[in-house]
Write a protein that binds this ligand. Sequence first.
Ligand SMILES: [Zn+2]
Length: 108
Amino acid sequence: MTPLLPSPDHYLQNLITMTSPEAKRLWRKAIKEHFNCQCVYCGEHYELHELTLDHVIPRFYGGETTTRNLVPSCRKCNQNKGTNNWLTWMRQTFGHTPREKLILSHIK
Ligand SMILES: [Zn+2]
C-alpha cells in the first residue's frame, strides 16, 4: 500500500531518489488505492489504469490539485459530473449513497 500524502512534493521530500514524474505517479496511485480502486461516485471497482482522478471542486471553480480535492472516478462519472456540484450531481444520478460520507470525510 502506498502512503497517502498531501501532494507530489511530499513524496519528493520523503524519497529523495524519486524524480518528479515518479512522485506524481506514486501520489496518483496512492489516492486510488486509498479508495480501494473504487469509483467514489458509482461505486464500481476498476483497475488502477482505468481510473481517473476527479477534482471534487472543479478546477473551473478554483478547486486545487491536492489530495483532499482529488478522488478516484471512472471516466464515465468524471465526464458526466463535469463542472456540476458533486453532491447535487451524485444525488441526481445515484440517489443517496453511503459513498457521500466517504467523499465528505476525504475533502474535510
Ligand atoms: Zn463511476
